[in-house]
Design a protein around this ligand. Structure first.
Ligand SMILES: [Zn+2]
Length: 256
């Protein structure tokens, strides 16, 4: 079976929209729906018809387009069972659930932290992860509803996916994340290099997605609590990985 065709675009200010399309059946999923008009425009560009919305969490900038898109396309909306109100949701799922999209298995993983019931979608046959606001390029979501410990467990699960897994995330925050990362792990050569690449891309107005789990393991300080340099910097040489993550996340919250 040919791989799904993925198309991503920036909408609102810094949200990423992404469409996944199967040529054979015509099935097309929008992962989250930040902005109905932007999603419709992207569909039109590609000549695709929306059949599904896969919602990662309840925040307005991820579900605002749900009802208008459902009205326009009659699409099926799948979303998190334990994350509050998801407009127009037809089917609620949670970690451990699987379902089929265009003949492919979709595995749902619970990743609480950013919100209490945030989920991500992993398609093993496509080697693709739709991470929403749990993981960003060189960053992770702010811990708003869950605990730092939960967020660490969520990210630790994602760290264990195959390194070649292609990752789509909910926001374009790469430049700010790279700057923060270098403040915590200035000697990380891979991060230094990537910071230069994304700065050049952003100057030209280019998108920096997708990333991979392998790339994030090398350059994302939130996934690197074992790093001796980070531990030394934070004065947490003997702390647990969860504690190192928690301190890294706290520092990012107040980083200017
Ligand atoms: Zn969010």
């Amino acid at each position: 079976m040919a791989h799904l065709d993925l198309h991503h675009f920036i909408c609102r200010e810094d949200n990423y929209g992404v469409l996944a399309h199967d040529h054979r059946s015509g099935a097309t999923a929008s992962i989250d729906a930040p902005d109905a008009l932007a999603v419709e425009r992207a569909l039109k560009t590609k000549g695709w018809q929306l059949t599904h919305i896969l919602t990662t969490h309840h925040h307005g900038d991820h579900v605002e387009g749900n009802l208008a898109l459902k009205e326009a396309f009659g699409c099926t909306i799948i979303g998190p069972r334990n994350d509050g109100e998801i407009p127009g949701m037809d089917k609620a799922v949670a970690g451990g659930d699987t379902f089929t999209f265009a003949g492919r298995e979709v595995r749902v993983m619970d990743t609480p932290g950013h919100t209490k019931g945030h989920i991500v979608y992993y398609l093993p046959s496509e080697h693709v992860l739709f991470a929403g606001d749990t993981l960003f390029e060189m960053g992770c979501g702010r811990v708003i509803e869950g605990t730092l410990e939960q967020m660490w467990q969520s990210l630790d699960q994602l760290r264990k996916l195959p390194t070649h897994t292609i990752v789509h995330v909910g926001h374009e925050y790469s430049e700010a994340n790279a700057r923060f990362g270098l403040s915590i792990e200035p000697g990380n050569r891979a991060l230094q290099q990537r910071a230069g690449i994304v700065a050049a891309q952003r100057t030209k107005g280019e998108m920096t997605l997708p990333t991979t789990i392998g790339e994030e393991l090398k350059t994302n300080v939130f996934l690197r609590p074992e790093s001796p340099e980070i531990r030394k910097k934070l004065g947490l040489e003997n702390a647990s990985d969860a504690e190192v993550f928690a301190e890294t996340r706290r520092r990012k919250d107040s980083f200017k």
